[in-house]
Design a protein around this ligand. Structure first.
Ligand SMILES: Cc1cc2nc3c(=O)[nH]c(=O)nc-3n(C[C@H](O)[C@H](O)[C@H](O)COP(=O)(O)OP(=O)(O)OC[C@H]3O[C@@H](n4cnc5c(N)ncnc54)[C@H](O)[C@@H]3O)c2cc1C
Length: 334
């Protein structure tokens, strides 16, 4: 390894937190600065469902998400005791079963469950759906618990956290993890709005993320534990982080009710929108530029991919190693 460096990291979302933890554990002297005066008030990260779903995401994402995502799950498993590794399910109403076949063809790693096998995993879903796709290698988290854990771990690792400052202190190296705010330097970065609803339904016993396929209103739900469920999420080409719309709420809630009518009695705890930072091809990028490194564009996969990109940046800092899948030197692609 090279001599320890002083490293300033800008932005305490999921990307900056993983970056700070990884570099501090490798012996570097890390300062993490966050523009907002309180933790996570301006970040996209707390809006995430925190599914770690490299196989299912392949339906619409580049293969890099599955390849890196499997490493992401492994890194979470060795670091975070709160990870829930029970796989995930995909279901469709009987009239839309053809969508299940399409989904299976577009992804790797699915097992086809019959009614009995589905009942053994999620008894509440079996009578209505009768069959499902099961992705046993997938996992999920409660994002707020995981983010709280990371803030505690960076402190234990000796990271200096400075809240309420938009500037980076003097350092040998600056790593920019500002999410969408880095648009000022990365002109092709864009925001993709995602609305989500958090409900409490302690009587519903669903243990793993479930995706409901539907031609117009697809839905996923993520069980966060203690009776909480995240219902998500819209994908809208907009950088508006304002409140969720009535139309989106209706669609998400109707789909949840179709998945399990017991959601009719759920209490709505939070309705809101985060804006995902994304490049035009929706692939993440690490962009080194003379003593400065941008890590951005994690789009729908910040929780899944942040630990992997943190390792790749740390390898680059320590040895100069570059993974061509994700490192970008061409200024035109910034
Ligand atoms: C509805 C929804 C559902 C999602 N579900 C999932 C999922 O299931 N699984 C998954 O893996 N991902 C999911 N995501 C994606 C994930 O949330 C994002 O990829 C991730 O949050 C991006 O993290 P980030 O750290 O790059 O950005 P942010 O979380 O936005 O963090 C950037 C931080 O930088 C700070 N900042 C800005 N300017 C400055 C400055 N000048 N100085 C210092 N700090 C600054 C901001 O205040 C902010 O705290 C979801 C996203 C949404 C919206």
């Amino acid at each position: 390894m090279s001599a320890p460096l002083s490293i300033a990291i800008r932005g305490a979302g999921i990307v900056g937190l993983w970056q700070a933890l990884t570099l501090a554990r490798r012996g570097h002297k890390v300062t993490l600065t966050e523009r907002s005066a309180e933790r996570l008030t301006e970040a996209c990260s707390p809006y995430a469902g925190a599914m770690l779903a490299p196989c299912c995401e392949e339906e619409s994402a580049e293969p890099i998400v599955r390849e890196f995502g499997e490493r992401g799950i492994a890194l979470w498993k060795v670091s975070y005791p709160g990870i829930v590794a029970k796989g995930s399910l995909v279901v469709a109403p009987p009239r839309d079963r053809v969508l299940l076949d399409c989904f299976a063809r577009m992804t790797l790693g699915a097992e086809r469950l019959d009614g009995e096998a589905l009942a053994a995993l999620e008894p509440e879903l079996s009578p209505r759906f009768g069959t499902a796709l099961y992705y046993p290698s997938e996992a999920h988290l409660n994002p707020n618990a995981a983010l709280t854990f990371l803030f505690e771990e960076i402190e234990k690792a000796g990271v200096v956290l400075q809240l309420g400052t938009g500037e980076a202190p003097q350092a040998d190296l600056v790593i920019d993890c500002r999410g969408l705010a880095a648009k000022d330097a990365l002109p092709t970065l864009r925001g993709v709005r995602g609305e989500r609803i958090v409900v409490r339904a302690p009587e519903i016993a669903i243990d793993r993320p479930v995706r409901l396929l539907h031609p117009r209103f697809p839905l996923y739900l993520v069980p966060w534990g203690e009776g909480l469920f995240m219902l998500g999420a819209t994908v809208i080409e907009s950088e508006d982080a304002g409140p969720a719309t009535l139309r989106s709420a209706l669609e998400l809630l109707s789909a949840a009710y179709a998945l399990d009518p017991a959601f009719g009695e759920a209490e709505i705890l939070a309705l809101g929108a985060g804006v995902r930072p994304a490049f035009p091809d929706n692939r993440p990028r690490i962009i080194p530029s003379r003593g400065y490194i941008y890590v951005n564009g994690l789009y729908r996969h910040g929780f899944l991919l942040a630990p992997v990109l943190a390792e790749l940046v740390a390898d680059y800092v320590d040895t100069g190693a570059i993974d061509p899948e994700v490192f970008v030197a061409d200024p035109a692609q910034r």
